[in-house]
Design a protein around this ligand. Structure first.
Ligand code: PRP
Length: 215
């Protein structure tokens, strides 16, 4: 039980982070049911741990945590940078490693006011603004690599994990903005009211991560 007696609500990102995040939680002794991995269920209570998992679209995790409908959540640093929500960042989980990069066709030539397509308009705008480069940012929601191939944008700002998408589409990385891993975040009020439960969870995960590094 937490100090407030409340169930600890955890926002879990669906999709590519989920597999690694659920593995880490299980290694830390937190009982996420195995049959949950392929389920379409959105709220999964785990009464034996006094927890409840909320399956969220990754980009929405910081919003759930900021509003306190989830006490803690797992989210990529990319989303955290883009969404800029008022949450505590507690732990670098070291999973779902990738990087945020500027990408283009190999024969790209500088133009005045180039168009940059991205899922991360805030991150991209800030990056070019800080470099004094004027660009037009175009927000897309996926398959960003299409943009330079079909002439929508001169460059893109997107995530690179294995590099396979770039390779298969004849694109090259030009600059890296920052490296990305998943983070554990907490609602500010929950962090105070449920501090013992959240701290215990952080400790278990930290020990698991330290063990993985030593192994
Ligand atoms: C992400 C990212 C790249 C790709 C990079 O897209 O936006 O397109 O993965 O991975 P790679 O370097 O291993 O090829 P995602 O699969 O999330 O889908 P999306 O294109 O719909 O955004």
């Amino acid at each position: 039980m937490t100090e407030s007696g409340a169930v600890l609500k955890v926002a879990m990102p669906k999709g590519r982070i989920y597999k690694q995040a659920s593995k880490l939680f299980r290694q830390a002794g937190l009982p996420i049911p195995e049959d949950f991995d392929d389920s379409r269920k959105l709220i999964v209570p785990v009464p034996e741990a006094n927890m409840e998992f909320i399956m969220a679209k990754p980009v929405d995790v910081p919003t759930y945590v900021e509003y306190g409908v989830a006490d803690i959540g797992i989210v990529g640093k990319d989303v955290l940078m883009e969404e800029n929500k008022d949450v505590y960042e507690l732990l670098d989980l070291g999973i779902a490693k990738c990087r945020m990069s500027v990408i283009g066709l190999p024969n790209w030539k500088p133009v005045i006011n180039p168009r940059v397509a991205t899922k991360y308009p805030s991150v991209a705008s800030q990056y070019f603004r800080e470099r004094g480069q004027q660009v037009e940012v175009i927000k897309l929601n996926g398959s960003i690599e299409l943009a330079p191939l079909i002439g929508l944008a001169d460059r893109i700002v997107d995530m690179v994990e294995t590099g396979q998408t770039l390779q298969e589409n004849g694109l090259v990385e030009m600059e890296t903005l920052f490296s990305v891993t998943s983070r554990l975040i907490a609602n500010r009020v929950s962090y105070r009211l449920q501090n013992a439960a959240i701290q215990a969870l952080c400790d278990r995960i930290s020990q698991t991560l330290a063990g993985a590094v030593r192994a």
